[in-house]
Design a protein around this ligand. Structure first.
Ligand code: F6P
Length: 741
């Protein structure tokens, strides 16, 4: 209000000054108009009376002339009329004719152009007109008009003008106050929004006012400075989501040139009798990395393994994905059947996979397979170099299929930031020593800037292995390895899932999911349901799980016909004997356990050995009373985290193997040793009778962990660490010390 008064008072003063000048001006203007009117009127009257007056002059009768003049006075404006026939005589005039107007002085009035006379009566207008008379050629008609009305009008005008200016001033003042108040409020609102942090990164409606933009810019800078100064370098105190990850990438690594490399592709196009169908693979790696790539954009290079993959790429073997809302590019690499058999089926999955997992399957190493492995790694290295938009891209190398790739990229893109992540366990040095190409693999991995594992235990194993097998400097303080003039940080980054998981957005309610699943399986509404979701892999402990169910029915027969365990088992690596054998054993065991209870109304085991899309998987996760994750050895196991994320009803019991990395983060689960059937059966019994309150308490805890330690944090922390390394590397280069990444 005070601010508005500051506008209004000067405005009113200006208006008053304007009125002070304008009123006299209007007065004199009006007077001039009236004088001109009366001049014209007088000329008109003089012309009109010319003839009768000339005739009267000829008669020489003064009374008749006076009578004529008196009749003229009926026009209320004419005050007096006079006629000067001789300048030495008095005029023949009406009674009010002002005595000061003498015939002898008429010429003076005319010469001076004076037309106004102030008399006792007031202001008078004087008009002297010649009369066209043959007998009296000097005759002059004097018409006197009363101009007092002008003064009256001027008085009125002044009053009106006064009121007009008052009204105008009031209107302008009111409008000014309203506008000032509105813009002031808008400004204050915008400023407050800025101070609350809204619109600093992205303009909002309240902060887009042009006058606020410089302030927003300054605040942005200030916040960045403060962030840089006070940010914990490990990102532990951030809330990680898609935006945070994207912002980290842009601010810390200055760009979007992100390239991910994995064997498994996130979208597989398969040919079916109904046409080309899109398939989401059953892969923890894909589950985790896909949301990260959606946030980071860039390019994901992967093996094109789908039967219709070649039909869906462009001429550069790229396809934009997700297909319904593209956010990044998928670059497909084609492998020959021999390459696939040697690199993927052979070296990766018959060699490294059993080598790294303690699942009592012997690794098989063949030099031919390693040859393929090396060639395929080189092929992917070519693709990375081709896809890189800059000399220092961020390359995310995924998993044991690409142990040689980091070094190959490093040699061709020395400034790249290479983050390799090993999704499976790393064995102890004795076990790793089995591999004939152990040194090549270690050398390859040490081409990375950062090498990540799920657990500290696997980091320790890796450092021990390097220490034992290479001439490298291992720093156990900072967990770095210096090798071939380069430094690699070996850190623990427990992988996770996106929060909230995408399938949840379209998922059925928990009661609907329970009903739908039980109906589909032909089970009654209150039938208790246990669930396992895995690839049909011998490391997943599916056989141990089935045995645990069988043991439960032995020790607590009341569950026969009242509890069913559903195993969703996605076929996997079917070209490998060990996998085919395992699948057959699982099928046989499930059938054998069911056969033990021929009279049970409902089977103890339902085995669904086929691929399920994420929506279907989430329906089962929401429908189950228990979820069993009994891996014999597992880097992390994301099914455990997906179960927790799917249960927004805070119900459901997770039974989790102590040999899965996830058990380190989710101790509120019922943690079991999968080799101990009795313990697992007890956990099942305990889970089936756990109160809803206890289920809620445990589930809440676990959901809090998965929410906070989501996959954006996993990727974000690696990117932050890479950024710090990059910065330190620049300092070292400036000091003349060789470094990379
Ligand atoms: O655990 C290692 C891993 O690469 C996972 O990331 C993924 O769940 C699984 O193996 C995928 O296996 P594949 O790609 O051979 O089907």
């Amino acid at each position: 209000m005070r601010l508005s008064l500051r506008f209004v008072i000067p405005l009113l003063l200006a208006l008053a000054a304007f009125a002070y000048i304008a009123v006299p001006l209007a007065d004199s203007l009006m007077l001039r108009w009236f004088v001109r009117d009366l001049d014209m009127r007088s000329s008109l009257i003089a012309t009109t009376v010319q003839e009768p007056l000339s005739s009267l002059i000829v008669t020489g009768s003064t009374p008749r002339i006076e009578g004529f003049f008196n009749r003229m006075l009926q026009d209320e404006r004419i005050y007096a009329v006079g006629l000067c026939l001789d300048e030495r005589k008095a005029p023949i005039a009406t009674s009010q004719f002002p005595p000061e107007i003498r015939c002898s002085a008429l010429e003076t009035y005319a010469d001076a152009g004076e037309r106004l006379l102030r008399s006792k009566r007031g202001l008078l207008h004087l008009a002297i007109r010649a009369v066209d008379s043959e007998t009296m050629p000097d005759a002059r008609l004097v018409l006197v008009h009363d101009m007092s009305f002008v003064e009256r009008r001027s008085e009125e005008t002044r009053r009106y003008l006064f009121y007009f200016f008052i009204a105008l001033g009031a209107c302008i003042a009111l409008i000014t106050v309203i506008i000032a108040q509105l813009s002031w409020r808008g400004w204050v609102h915008g400023l407050r929004a800025l101070l609350r942090g809204e619109g600093i990164l992205r303009p909002t409606r309240s902060t887009t006012a042009p006058e606020l933009r410089p302030i927003a810019r300054d605040l942005r800078e200030l916040i960045r400075d403060l962030e840089r100064q006070y940010r914990p370098l490990d990102g532990s105190q951030r809330i990680w989501d898609q935006q945070a990850l994207r912002a980290t990438l842009r601010s810390e690594l200055h760009g979007n040139d992100v390239i991910a490399v994995s064997n498994r592709e996130p979208y597989i196009h398969v040919r079916t009798p109904e046409g080309i169908r899109l398939q989401h693979p059953a892969s923890g790696l894909v589950t985790a990395l896909e949301p990260v790539m959606r946030a980071c954009s860039g390019t994901w290079i992967a093996h094109g393994s789908g039967s219709a993959d070649r039909d869906t790429v462009d001429r550069n073997d790229r396809v934009a994905v997700p297909p319904d809302h593209p956010l990044y590019q998928l670059r497909r690499i084609w492998l020959t059947a021999d390459q696939e058999r040697g690199y993927y089926g052979g070296f990766a999955n018959e060699g490294l996979w059993p080598l790294c997992h303690i699942a009592h399957v012997r690794p098989t190493f063949r030099s031919g397979d390693f040859e393929h492995y090396r060639n395929v790694n080189a092929k992917f290295a070519d693709a990375v170099v081709a896809e890189a938009k800059s000399k220092d891209p961020v390359v995310l190398v995924q998993d044991y299929h690409f142990a040689l790739l980091p070094r190959m990229i490093r040699e061709r893109l020395p400034e790249a930031t290479i983050i390799a992540f090993w999704h499976i366990p790393w064995p102890n040095p004795e076990a790793f020593a089995i591999c004939p190409w152990r040194r090549e693999l270690l050398d390859g991995l040490l081409g990375s800037s950062i090498l990540g594992f799920h657990t500290q235990f696997h980091c320790n194993n890796f450092l021990d292995t390097v220490d034992r097998m290479l001439e490298a400097r291992v720093d156990r303080e900072s967990f770095t390895v210096a090798f071939r003039g380069q430094s690699t940080a070996v850190h623990r980054y427990p992988i996770s899932i996106e929060w909230p998981p995408a399938p949840l957005a379209t998922a059925k309610s928990v009661p609907d999911a329970r009903r739908a699943v039980r109906e589909r399986l032909g089970l009654p509404r209150n039938h208790r349901l246990g669930l396992g979701i895995d690839r049909l892999d011998y490391t997943k402990g599916i056989i141990e799980r089935l045995n645990a169910v069988a043991r439960l029915l032995e020790i607590e027969p009341r569950w026969i016909g009242r509890f069913t365990f559903v195993q969703i088992a996605a076929p996997t690596r079917g070209t490998i004997d060990d996998y085919r054998d395992y699948a057959a054993r699982v099928r046989a065991l499930a059938a054998e356990i069911n056969a033990r209870y021929p009279h049970a109304k409902f089977p103890p085991i339902v085995l669904l050995a086929e691929h399920h899309e994420p929506d279907a998987v989430y329906e089962y996760l929401r429908a189950a009373d228990l979820c069993l994750v009994t891996s014999l050895h597992d880097g992390m196991n994301l099914v455990a985290k997906e179960f927790v994320a799917a249960r927004d009803d805070e119900q459901g019991v997770l039974i989790l193997s102590q040999f899965a990395g996830a058990s380190r983060e989710l101790p509120e689960a019922l943690v079991v040793n999968p080799y101990d059937a009795d313990q697992c059966a007890t956990a099942l019994r305990f889970g089936l009778t756990m109160s809803t309150g206890e289920q809620r308490d445990r589930m809440r805890f676990m959901r809090g962990v998965v929410r906070e330690f989501n996959v954006y944090r996993w990727a974000g922390r690696m990117l932050l660490d890479a950024a710090v390394m990059r910065q330190r590397g620049r300092f070292r280069v400036a000091e003349g010390v060789s470094s990379h990444g």
